[in-house]
Write a protein that binds this ligand. Sequence first.
Ligand SMILES: Cc1cc2nc3c(=O)[nH]c(=O)nc-3n(C[C@H](O)[C@H](O)[C@H](O)COP(=O)(O)OP(=O)(O)OC[C@H]3O[C@@H](n4cnc5c(N)ncnc54)[C@H](O)[C@@H]3O)c2cc1C
Length: 557
Amino acid sequence: MFLSQLNPGQRERAIAELAAEDFDVLVIGGGVTGVGAALDAASRGLKVALIESQDIAAGTSSRSSKLIHGGLRYLEQYDFRLVREALHERELLVSTLCPHLVKPVGFLFPLTEKFKERTYVGAGLALYDALRGFQRALPWHKHISQKQIHEIAPSLRPDLVTGAIKYFDAQVDDARHTLSVARTAARHGAIIATRVRAESLIREKKRVIGVKATDLVSGKSLSIKATVTVMCAGIWSDELHEKFELKAGYGVTMSKGVHIVLPGSAIQSNAGIILKTPVSVLFLIPWGDKWIVGTTDTPYTGERAEPFASREDVQYILDQANRVLTPPLKAQEIIGVYAGLRPLVANNKGSETTKLSREHTVDRPAPGFVSIAGGKYTTYRIMGKDVIDLAVNELHTLSPDSVTEKLPLVGADGYFALVQQVDRIANESGLEAATVTHLLNRYGSMISEILELIKNQPALSKALHKDLPYIKAEIYYAASHEGAQSVDDVISRRTRIAFEAANHGVDLAGDIAAIIAPVLGWSAKNRRESISAYEDLLHRETQALDQLRVAQEKVSS
Ligand SMILES: Cc1cc2nc3c(=O)[nH]c(=O)nc-3n(C[C@H](O)[C@H](O)[C@H](O)COP(=O)(O)OP(=O)(O)OC[C@H]3O[C@@H](n4cnc5c(N)ncnc54)[C@H](O)[C@@H]3O)c2cc1C
């Protein structure tokens, strides 16, 4: 049995194996599509490696709206097949693959008119519910009267909102889920190495037989040999096609989406809210004791690794939400902000190598090389299956079919039973019951590894900060089991302190560095460098928000 732990010792072994072994499949990209492909291939019994140039989920896969949904907007486009497929994935994720991570969430669709709108929206949501077939993990939609809506959501303007329809989708911590898929792939034998960048292709005549890469930690070059290379590079696809001198069958353009995070007190509602906007929809999504509100949809051509929110992005979100909210949201209330880039895929004219299925495209621009881009988070498993179905043709042997539909992620086994044992675990570990529930919702049955850490180092049971749910053991575990290699990895992706904590967690960076330093073998200098790298990133990321806050303060004073 392989281990699922990702840490410095595992990385060192992974780098050695990347250079020494011949793989069936090499995946480029550790977003949800890449780790989904690696898991699909490894669980078919193939010999798999995955390289990621930054951290797992550092690209789009940590910056989404974090919804696992069928996509109401596809109903308006009459794309019922797409909706049905995404709803099937939603059901699988909530009930079988990772119930500890993917949770149902209710949304209110506010109505501003009494009859026509209710009939139209009601019919749409009835169809949405019907398209999931006989699967029933989430409740059916229900109509909410004018009187009820103001009890359920006092923040919705009583002079405007005449009622609502409540429906259900699901939500997930995207970065944590992507990491869990990566760890599950590792458990099934995939070699995973972050901070390894693909630079060029190794070719034998016309066939691609691997990749030349750089280990960004040591600066050393690596030659990785694989029968088929699978590129899952999202918004980096065009850049890599050019670098690899491939004539690709599709192009990827980028669209920026921004979210803001607000304290729970900013919006009084016991369910999420969805609003139609002139260009798309705006979600007000409950996130623990906070709200995530977004998103925008604007063309983008800037730096891929660091998309930042502009002042206009944040103002747009506030304006759209404030159409229906009372009292209105203010810039000063915003705790966090993040921006992500959607990979929008379009087949090149006359392409003979691509197959545009659903929202994503698979391509085989050269023998021994296949790629995939587009799609959405919810359907990552299908994307992984589709690209590996194409990749196995290159192996010229019979390969088993995908089994990921029946393969729970690490932490899912026994989750429902553990939920019934919160009090027992709390008594035995000395943790609060609320902390045990928090841990179960992040690690599932892997909670045992956290409890083991606490047993050996009781100080790790303490809270990282009184206003946050995280305990110190989770920070340690991020480096010892979850492959975190920097303060940013821990603050931005293993936890979501970057947008959940006051001052974006910068005041906690020193404590976090101190906890992970022994695991990563850091000197005092390494600690300082990692802290200041996070501070620099934060400065660039939050400039626009700071300007907007200052401008609003001037107006209100
Ligand atoms: C604002 C926003 C909101 C969204 N909301 C939702 C939602 O609610 N629900 C939903 O279903 N979908 C949503 N999506 C879509 C979803 O987030 C994306 O489709 C998905 O995350 C894309 O994953 P990916 O793995 O294809 O790309 P990425 O996550 O970007 O992964 C690509 C990876 O490739 C790596 N890479 C690049 N170059 C190299 C190289 N040379 N060597 C090695 N690695 C390399 C990158 O570092 C990156 O980690 C949203 C998207 C956005 C932007």
